[in-house]
Design a protein around this ligand. Structure first.
Ligand code: PRP
Length: 184
């Protein structure tokens, strides 16, 4: 039995797009793949992009079977708007020195790609041994950059989604499922 209590949809949510069990199964798959790919690594640093990736990172790392550390970086390009300004702001940097480490960036969503693109450029300059990217969901119809994902959970249509870390004006981040906002 799932230890997660599933809250009902509130009025501002239209439907569940990806339910909690489906998310958990996908996170387990990704975690297994990542563990296999980094089995020979002697310095994996998982960098979680706050705030959105906090839940995905926690579930993913709990199931990694290879040694790793976790660090956090906070960026913002949306504010309370529903489109990316393209102007990514670094709010809080990682604490670890990434030089000569295997670095895995963990994002909740790839939308325009501006955030991940900024991070890949920024981290490459710190000379890690390797740099890879993971996101739970991606909206291919909205992608404006050529940034690539090494690990992806789900491709989704161009709808506004919340839950499992994703917010709308800071609401709904802690839902265990991903739901479509009712925007009417
Ligand atoms: C969201 C999300 C990603 C980014 C993706 O972050 O968590 O980091 O946008 O969008 P992009 O591909 O268009 O750059 P946001 O800036 O809303 O901050 P938050 O994670 O604190 O909600």
């Amino acid at each position: 039995m799932s230890p997660i209590t599933i809250p009902p949809l509130s009025e501002d949510l239209e439907s569940v797009l990806i339910d909690a069990d489906t998310i958990q199964r996908k996170v387990s798959d990704l975690s297994r793949r990542i563990s296999e790919d980094y089995k020979d690594s002697d310095g994996l640093v998982v960098v979680s992009v706050l705030k959105g990736a906090f839940m995905f990172t926690a579930d993913l790392c709990r199931q990694l079977s290879v040694p790793h550390t976790v660090d956090f970086i906070a960026l913002s390009s949306y504010g309370n708007r529903d489109y990316s300004s393209g102007n990514v702001r670094l709010i809080m940097d990682v604490r670890e020195n990434l030089a000569d480490k295997d670095v895995l960036i963990v994002e909740d969503i790839l939308d325009s790609g501006h955030t991940l693109s900024y991070l890949v450029r920024n981290f490459t300059a710190r000379q890690p041994s390797s740099l890879k990217t993971a996101a739970l969901v991606s909206k291919p119809d909205r992608l404006l950059t050529d940034v690539k994902l090494d690990y992806l959970g789900f491709e989704i249509p161009d709808v506004w989604v919340v839950g499992y870390g994703l917010d709308y004006a800071e609401q709904h981040r802690t839902l265990p499922y991903i739901a479509v906002m009712n925007r009417t």
